[in-house]
Write a protein that binds this ligand. Structure first.
Ligand SMILES: Cc1cc2nc3c(=O)[nH]c(=O)nc-3n(C[C@H](O)[C@H](O)[C@H](O)COP(=O)(O)OP(=O)(O)OC[C@H]3O[C@@H](n4cnc5c(N)ncnc54)[C@H](O)[C@@H]3O)c2cc1C
Length: 598
């Protein structure tokens, strides 16, 4: 059994590098988010604004129409919450509509639609019921996606059709007592039998959605590495009829998404045939992280759906509730909330759409964009639910309205599928790898002035060039040019600050989470601004349609961009003026005193 890792710089660097390599091992192509860290704007990742492919538009419209009709009639989110269960009729209905196989190929019974199309469907479900959207996500994105991406042809033929048809439910079991955010710390073991025909699974998993009701579980366990005194994580396909699977708790009582069944499981000498290994032996973490990477896109879609519901509810209430002889919407402090909510929902939708299009285009290295989408949209939804709640006042507190449920449901998003803090650190460290390598090369080259002089000159020029020139952000509509120029200038400033931070902190940057957070936050705002500008540009180009009319109206996009530029500038300014030392001092004092103020 491998020992827990030490948190040395080298160790941390190894973890980040390993995570990146696990997610992406092909030739590196500079993407939008990684480009920001080098002072570049990779136009074709975000402009023009992507849309559903014309050839699938009819199928998507049909699917959405049927889905809405079904949900209107059969989905009762309040009842699902109260009874802590999603009725089988709802699951069967969604299966009949093909929701569980939206992006699965047709030869296994799927619909073969794009990720963007799937996101539209998830937005619709997410706008109504978070339990149901998370259930679908587990079945489709996490449960089945692992098979689609890593299954052998034989495994796909055997396991996928019943999952697509919803006859079997899926679960994805990674988390354990010692392996939460630190996913690599899995302790569940899988020992090969003497004849090598099967593995014996031993260990416990917790917080597993569908864990007690699934017929197909993807379980992460440690297997010996042949010829070495080490273990590595391997993914196994497990079914509940295998002797030794114990459901310790099928439905843990919980705060939100109460319709989902979250389980605690144990494996006691459970024999699993070697044919049930999913992906390469020892590469289970790659399976897990890749699958989570995909899942984060639909997280964005579900949060967008819920955000739009919050906005609609807040507006309805603000237009009808009267106090002091006026509607609430006539007060500036309500207007401010509504404008903020509209801007947030607009940005979430734009970011989801752009990120899904990266998957559809077959681009491989979109891990920063999906991580940014996850952190941004889960925080934005939390803000939106909170603002809608406040607009409703006491009325929101009672169970006859949906907001108290939506508030409870929204809280998991910042924790699940990668806690936001872990992803924030990941965004900064993965993003800084390319500029870090460049700077290291410059420093190394400086020690060999004769042989490497030309390289120093070229690399240095490249760095200075990025620092002097702001990249062009080529929007079509002249009205948007000032915003595009502002974004270009901010990307340049961001790149300068990243280089400064790397020069100042060097390897220590791996431990400087305050700095990482500022860099990640600024990068997220840049990504959000790029997506919003792209969407706004596209809307302004749509002639004579409803979208064009609304685009000339006071714009949520403009409001978002103004605030986002300000937030990015503030994050960068705080690189130089901050309370880091006193923050650490207060926290350490509290940690030492057991949290007692006096
Ligand atoms: C309702 C629900 C459903 C779930 N479904 C599944 C499932 O289907 N399958 C599955 O495998 N798992 C599932 N999970 C588990 C989920 O993915 C984990 O809860 C999550 O990864 C966080 O792990 P943890 O709870 O152990 O928190 P911890 O790892 O203990 O982290 C606690 C907090 O510490 C902070 N933190 C942790 N690491 C760092 C760091 N490096 N830097 C800074 N701050 C840090 C973060 O703020 C984090 O929120 C589910 C959880 C819940 C609550």
């Amino acid at each position: 059994m491998s020992e827990p890792k030490t948190q040395t710089n080298t160790g941390r660097q190894e973890q980040v590098r390993a995570a990146e390599e696990l997610l992406f091992a092909g030739p590196q192509k500079l993407g939008l988010a990684k480009g920001f860290f080098l002072g570049r704007f990779v136009t074709d990742w975000v402009l023009p604004y992507p849309g559903i492919r014309p050839e699938e538009q009819v199928a998507v419209n049909d699917a959405l129409g049927q889905l809405r009709a079904f949900l209107d009639q059969h989905l009762d989110p309040a009842r699902i919450d109260r009874q802590a269960d999603i009725p089988r009729a709802v699951i069967d209905g969604l299966a009949r509509l093909g929701v569980f196989g939206m992006t699965a190929p047709r030869d296994v019974g799927g619909q073969g639609l794009s990720q963007m199309a799937y996101c539209r469907v998830m937005e619709e479900i997410g706008s109504r019921c978070a339990s149901t959207s998370i259930f679908v996500n587990v079945q489709h994105s996490i449960g089945m996606r692992a098979l689609l991406l890593f299954g052998t042809p034989e495994q796909k033929r055997r396991w996928l059709p019943p999952l697509v048809r919803g006859e079997k439910l899926a679960a994805f079991a990674l988390t354990e007592a010692e392996a939460g955010s630190d996913a690599a710390n899995v302790r569940t073991s899988a020992r090969p039998s003497a004849d090598g025909s099967h593995f014996l699974l031993n260990g416990e998993k917790r917080y597993i959605t569908n864990g007690g009701i699934a017929q197909v579980l993807t379980v992460m366990a440690r297997t010996p590495v042949p010829g070495r005194d080490e273990t590595a994580i391997t993914a196994f396909l497990v079914t509940p009829d295998m002797p030794g699977l114990v459901v310790l708790e099928p439905r843990m009582e919980k705060l939100g998404i109460r319709g989902t069944a979250t389980a605690r499981l144990a494996f006691r000498d459970m024999p699993v045939p070697k044919e049930n290994i999913l992906g390469a032996p020892g590469k289970g973490l790659k399976v897990a992280l890749t699958v989570l990477d995909f899942g984060r896109t639909t997280f964005g879609a579900c949060c967008t759906g819920a955000a739009k519901t919050c906005l609609r509810l807040a507006v309805q209430h603000a237009n009808t509730r009267r106090q002091f002889g006026r509607t609430l919407g006539e007060f500036e402090l309500t207007k401010k909330k509504i404008a903020r909510m509209a801007a947030g929902a607009y940005a979430m939708e734009a970011m989801t759409n752009v990120t899904a299009s990266l998957i559809d285009r077959g681009l491989e290295d979109y891990m920063l964009e999906t991580a940014m989408l996850k952190v941004f949209s889960t925080e934005a939804l939390w803000m939106l639910v909170n603002e809608a709640f406040q607009v409703h006042g006491g009325a929101a507190y009672f169970t006859d309205r949906p907001l108290e449920r939506m508030l409870r449901d929204a809280r998991i998003n910042q924790i699940g599928e990668g806690a936001n803090e872990v992803l924030t650190s990941f965004i900064a460290l993965v993003g800084m790898r390319a500029p870090g390598e460049q700077l290291r090369e410059i420093l190394e080259a400086l020690q060999h002035p004769w042989g490497e002089l030309r390289k120093v000159w070229l690399l240095g020029l490249d760095q200075v060039g990025a620092a002097v020139r702001a990249p062009e952000v080529p929007v079509k509509n002249p009205r948007l040019q000032p915003h595009a120029s502002r974004l270009g200038a901010l990307i340049r400033r961001f790149n300068v600050e990243v280089d400064r931070a790397l020069i100042r902190h060097r390897e220590e940057i791996l431990e400087r989470q305050y700095v990482q957070e500022r860099i990640a936050r600024a990068a997220m705002e840049l990504f959000a601004c790029a997506c919003v500008l792209s969407r706004w540009d596209a809307e302004l180009q749509t002639d004579g349609t409803e979208a064009a009319t609304s685009a000339t109206a006071p714009s949520a996009a403009e409001f978002f961009l103004r605030g986002s530029f300000r937030r990015a500038r503030r994050s960068l300014a705080e690189m130089h003026e901050n309370d880091d030392a006193v923050t650490t001092a207060v926290a350490d004092w509290m940690l030492e005193r057991g949290g007692e103020l006096r």
